[in-house]
Design a protein around this ligand. Structure first.
Ligand code: ZN
Length: 500
């Protein structure tokens, strides 16, 4: 017997992302969400967010918040789900327990499910014995033959779990949109697998595969798009769908995301959470573009895609089966690209939280025009917003540096001192109203030409170093222009003091 997924051609496409709030939003989950989002948008369908929080011990509202905020930040907004509601809610599994109980009841009634009273110890012993005999471990539970009324009497005294009666030797096949036909034999599923466990006496909490099947049906999910680690859950979910007389969604299992060493991407490869990338100063546009290319490519050389473009061009047929390598250099490159595309005012707005985090500005009181001037200067070189403090912090706070930084090539301290006297005098003589980048350049270059061997660095390096406190920074004219006369001269005086 074969069971094939059916395509819902006439129905509206409905996809879902269904995270468990037992950890922060992982980059792989962001990719899964994105592909679900794009597939729904491409066909004018709906994208649903469902929170799978039946594991009460491991789920936490903090993780749910991280996931929800991460998705919002990426711009992957859901049409139905927590916060927005929808016709098939509630969208948190912990709020749907009565629904699951109803379907469990149905299966107990039909005899497709039953109460198993075997202890953990018994199951472990059985498992070890089967392994020792080199058999496929499978719990074919003898309680499947019990009459329901007898089992329910026993239930008053003994704990139980609810299992599905799995028929032996059945082929379960489905057509995966990415991998083609995939078949499992029911003998490899571990026997009568569990659907629900006791929570309190007489009350059962649905387990993962059961809740997923019920929710996907009731939420009218047409396409289940998820990571390939879920392939092994699929035959179980198909069997549950079958006994409940549910139609099957279409499945698409996405390739793994790999680190540079081609092993599954994990913490030892570096940051893996969306929040970490946000904190480092990657733009959501860059992260969306980057994750879209983890396992998908448009079949052309085009690499830059906005979310809107992706929704138009995304094609499940072009998703690869093999693992997708996470290449941080590519992410950096994309991020630099998007940073340079931003309007100065927008770039400044986005830089504000990063400057505030390093205490260069106060969130309650800052000069956005000033930030705009400063940030525009660094825009061509900026790779991540997280670097912004290190690069332009000196515009907000007097720099700390060693006096050696002020020395250009073979200059001695007394040469540097003389250089400062020249530049200070020239700047002091310039009236405030003439203090423009153009004038500053003209006057200082004139003076610089008079330096020994015509080496302009003898005037400009110490000046730039005194103003920025950095080995590398924008040029001295830009810095002088932005800092203004008073602050510039104050910084030269600090440098002179350091040399004494
Ligand atoms: Zn049993």
């Amino acid at each position: 017997m074969s069971i094939f997924g059916k395509l819902f051609k006439k129905e509206q496409i409905r996809t879902r992302f269904a995270p468990s709030p037992t950890g922060v939003l992982h980059i792989g989950s962001a990719r899964t969400t994105l592909f679900n989002f794009l597939f729904a948008k491409k066909f004018g369908g709906k994208f649903i967010l469902r929170i799978e929080d039946t594991d009460l011990e491991r789920s936490s509202p903090e993780f749910e918040k991280d996931i929800v905020e991460g998705l919002q930040w990426l711009g992957l907004v859901w049409d139905e789900g927590p916060g927005v509601g929808g016709p098939h809610g509630p969208y948190r599994q912990s709020e749907r327990l009565d629904t699951y109980a109803g379907y469990l009841e149905k299966l107990l009634d039909s005899g497709d499910a039953f109460y198993c009273f075997h202890s953990k110890e018994f199951l472990e012993k059985e498992y070890q014995e089967q392994l020792a005999k080199k058999k496929n471990p499978a719990h074919i539970c003898e309680f499947r033959k019990f009459l329901r009324q007898d089992a329910e009497k026993r239930l008053q005294k003994e704990p139980a779990i609810i299992r599905l009666k799995v028929l032996a030797g059945v082929d379960i096949c489905f057509s995966d949109l990415i991998r083609g036909e995939i078949c499992f034999n029911s003998n490899t599923l571990g026997g009568d697998f569990s659907l629900a466990k006791a929570s309190r006496p007489g009350e059962f909490l649905p387990l993962y595969n059961f809740a997923v099947v019920v929710d996907d049906l009731l939420m009218k999910i047409t396409h289940v798009i998820r990571g390939e680690d879920h392939i092994s859950n699929t035959p179980k979910q198909i069997l549950i769908s079958r006994v409940l007389d549910f139609s099957l969604p279409q499945y698409a299992h996405l390739p793994l995301i790999l680190g540079p060493d081609k092993s599954k991407l994990s913490k030892r490869h570096g940051a893996v959470s969306v929040g970490d990338y946000r904190d480092m100063g990657y733009l959501p546009e860059a992260l969306v573009n980057f994750t879209s290319l983890l396992g998908w490519n448009p079949g052309t050389d085009k690499e830059i895609f906005s979310l809107e473009e992706l929704a138009g061009e995304f094609d499940m047929a072009k998703v690869q089966k093999g693992g997708a390598v996470f290449n941080i250099d590519k992410l950096d490159w994309l991020n630099g690209h998007y940073l340079r595309q931003l309007e100065p005012a927008e770039l400044a707005r986005r830089a504000v939280p990063y400057l505030a985090k390093q205490n260069f500005i106060n969130l309650g009181n800052y000069d956005s025009e000033y930030i705009k001037k400063v940030i525009t200067l660094e825009q061509p070189r900026l790779k991540k917003l997280g670097e912004v403090g290190d690069r332009v912090g000196f515009f907000f706070k007097k720099p700390q540096y060693e006096s050696e930084l002020l020395v250009w090539r073979d200059m001695l301290f007394r040469d540097v001192m003389a250089s400062f006297e020249t530049s200070r005098e020239a700047l002091e003589a310039m009236p405030e109203e003439n203090w423009t980048r153009e004038n500053l350049e003209k006057v200082l270059l004139e003076k610089a030409k008079e330096a020994k061997k015509g080496d302009k660095g003898r005037l400009l390096w110490p000046l730039r170093a005194a103003l920025s406190g950095l080995e590398a920074s924008p040029g001295p004219f830009d810095i002088l222009d932005i800092l203004g006369k008073q602050e510039s001269i104050a910084r030269i005086d600090i440098a002179i003091k350091k040399l004494k």
